[in-house]
Design a protein around this ligand. Structure first.
Ligand SMILES: C[S@@+](CC[C@H](N)C(=O)[O-])C[C@H]1O[C@@H](n2cnc3c(N)ncnc32)[C@H](O)[C@@H]1O
Length: 274
């Protein structure tokens, strides 16, 4: 693919070309986050629906707790891995579709959630569609897992590599201590995009809550490169630029002992349909 063709790539659709790499290297979500969501949703026996389920990083955590689950994912290649990852759980159904077009077919849900996917959904319609698909009192849970680097010198030098190759928004683009504050903060963009404001303006949701969970993770160089190559900001680069940034990143990490320590943050937003 030439650079010109690459410029046409739709960021939301780049994940399928690396579905297996994505599955092998992307982190999952904190157990406490899943417990918090289920405690809030009080599902009883009712079902949950997940949009932008990817390969099932969050789906498997909910399915393992016995939640009857419909997982919706638009990319057929991601959905294939999702099927494989969830086939051991009896109560999981995988449906290929986008958040905006998907039809509930008469079903309504006690919980609707999206893991690192809400930002891809149409901002003009997403609350309307959430409202339609939840039963009254049903819960919505939106979560992301941003990252911060612990070592400031490494942060600075990785940033130089990214800038030279036009990469913005990498997992090492933030420092761990930037996440000392409230959920949804860590960078100006995160604060602007935190869903509490939108949900509040919508007015049909109540009991808005935000939580932040933290854990520290070490990636060796190989796994970290796999992680980077599953991220849209690297996928949209021309292949030669991507290879160059990966090679320089690997050299730097290896020269500094191999790998990188990251703070993984799981930020969770909860709201309830009135
Ligand atoms: C960063 S991945 C997150 C996948 C998974 N939830 C996870 O936590 O690993 C974003 C996912 O959203 C999906 N996606 C993008 N646009 C979408 C849309 N409009 N409706 C539903 N899913 C969408 C992508 O195909 C991709 O699987």
């Amino acid at each position: 693919m030439s650079s010109a063709e690459r410029a046409e790539v739709v960021p939301a659709r780049v994940f399928g070309e690396v579905a297996e790499v994505y599955d092998a290297n992307r982190p999952g979500y904190a157990d406490e986050l899943v417990a918090e969501v289920l405690d809030y949703a009080r599902l009883g026996g009712s079902s949950a629906v997940e949009f932008g389920a990817g390969t099932g990083k969050a789906s498997t955590l909910f399915a393992a707790r016995g939640v009857p689950l419909v997982c919706v994912e638009p990319d057929a290649r991601m959905a294939e891995v999702l099927r494989r990852n969830t086939e051991g759980y009896g109560q999981v159904r995988v449906e290929v579709g986008g958040f905006e077009e998907w039809q509930p077919g008469g079903r309504s849900f006690g919980l609707l959630y999206a893991a690192t996917a809400w930002h891809w959904f149409d901002p003009d319609r997403r609350w309307e569609l959430v409202h339609e698909r939840l039963r009254p009192g049903g819960a919505v849970a939106l979560f992301w897992n941003p990252h911060g680097v612990l070592d400031e010198e490494l942060f600075r030098r990785l940033g130089e590599i990214d800038r030279r190759h036009g990469v913005a928004g990498s997992p090492h683009g933030q420092l761990a201590h930037w996440y000392d504050g409230a959920p949804g903060t860590g960078s100006a963009a995160d604060a602007e995009n935190w869903p509490a404001a939108e949900a509040g303006r919508d007015g049909r949701f109540t009991d808005l809550r935000s939580h932040r969970f933290r854990r520290q993770v070490h990636y060796d160089t190989e796994r970290y490169l796999g992680f980077l190559s599953s991220i849209s900001t690297y996928r949209v680069l021309a292949p030669e630029a991507r290879e160059a940034v990966m090679a320089e990143t690997a050299r730097l990490l290896d020269a500094r002992g191999g790998g990188i320590d990251l703070l993984h943050v799981s930020d969770l937003f909860l709201a309830r349909r009135r």
